[in-house]
Write a protein that binds this ligand. Structure first.
Ligand SMILES: [Fe+2]
Length: 226
C-alpha cells in the first residue's frame, strides 16, 4: 500500500513515521508545503529507505513441491553456490583480462575474452536461478562471492599475456573438476535437473572455453615450419 497522506497543513509528522519524515518527497506527500498552505497529496509516493531483517538465510531451502527431498535440494544448492561463486569470479577475471590484454594478438584476444565473459555471465544466471528453483538462496553480492570462491585472487596489476591466459585456464579447471563431481553426486541424490545443468551447460561451455584458451598457449611458428 502507498503511504497514507494528509492534506491538513501543520499536522504532526509523527503519524507518517520517522523514515518518511526525513524525505522532502514524503513531506510533500503529507501535504506539508512548509508555508502553511496545503498541497495536494501525491498518492503514488513510494516508501523510501526501507530496511528489514532477512526472510531466508543463506544455506537454507524453502519447501517447494519438486519431488526432491530437503536434503537433496540443500546439497544441490550448496554445490551450485560453489560453482556460482567460482563462475562469477571467472567472469570478472575474463573482463579484467579483456581490458588488460596487450601485444601483437591484442585484438583477437580482447574480443575472445569478452565473448567468453558474456557466455560465463549467462551461465552465472542459469546456475543462480537453479538455486532459486530449488528453494535456496543464490550467492550474489561480490563480497560474499569472494569469501566462497576457491579461485585464487590475481594481482591488481597486469601480468604477461601467457600468465593471464594460464590463470583463466586454471580457473576453468577448478570449476570443471568441481562441476564433474557435483554433477555425479547430485544425480545420485536424485536431482537430475541440477546434474543436467552442470553437465550440459557448465561443463560443456567450460570445456569449450578452455580449448580456445589452450590453443593460444601453443608455441607454434607463424610463417616457417621448423
Ligand atoms: Fe569491452
Amino acid at each position: 500500500m502507498p503511504p497514507r497522506t494528509s492534506s491538513a497543513a501543520g499536522k504532526s509528522s509523527a503519524s507518517s513515521g520517522p523514515r518518511s519524515a526525513r524525505t522532502p518527497l514524503a513531506a510533500a506527500s503529507r501535504g506539508d508545503k512548509g508555508n502553511g498552505r496545503a498541497r495536494r497529496p501525491v498518492p503514488s509516493q513510494p516508501w523510501l529507505h526501507q530496511r528489514a531483517g532477512e526472510v531466508q538465510q543463506f544455506g537454507t531451502v524453502r519447501q517447494f513441491p519438486l519431488g526432491l527431498s530437503d536434503d537433496a535440494r540443500t546439497y544441490s544448492c550448496e554445490r551450485l553456490n560453489q560453482v556460482l561463486a567460482d563462475s562469477q569470479i571467472l567472469y570478472a577475471l575474463y573482463k579484467k583480462h579483456h581490458w588488460l590484454m596487450r601485444g601483437a594478438t591484442f585484438c583477437q584476444l580482447h574480443l575472445l575474452l569478452d565473448k567468453h565473459a558474456s557466455e560465463q555471465l549467462q551461465l552465472v544466471d542459469l546456475v543462480a536461478e537453479r538455486v532459486q528453483t530449488l528453494g535456496g538462496v543464490a550467492v550474489g553480492d561480490p563480497r560474499h562471492v569472494a569469501e566462497i570462491t576457491s579461485v585464487p585472487r590475481p594481482p591488481n596489476g597486469a601480468e604477461e599475456v601467457p600468465a593471464m591466459l594460464s590463470r583463466l585456464l586454471e580457473a576453468h579447471e577448478t570449476i570443471l573438476t568441481d562441476a564433474h563431481d557435483a554433477a555425479a553426486r547430485t544425480a545420485e541424490m536424485g536431482d537430475d535437473g541440477t546434474s543436467d545443468l552442470l553437465v550440459s551447460d557448465v561443463i560443456r561451455t567450460g570445456e569449450l572455453h578452455a580449448w580456445f584458451l589452450a590453443e593460444h598457449l601453443v608455441d607454434t611458428p607463424l610463417v616457417r615450419a621448423q
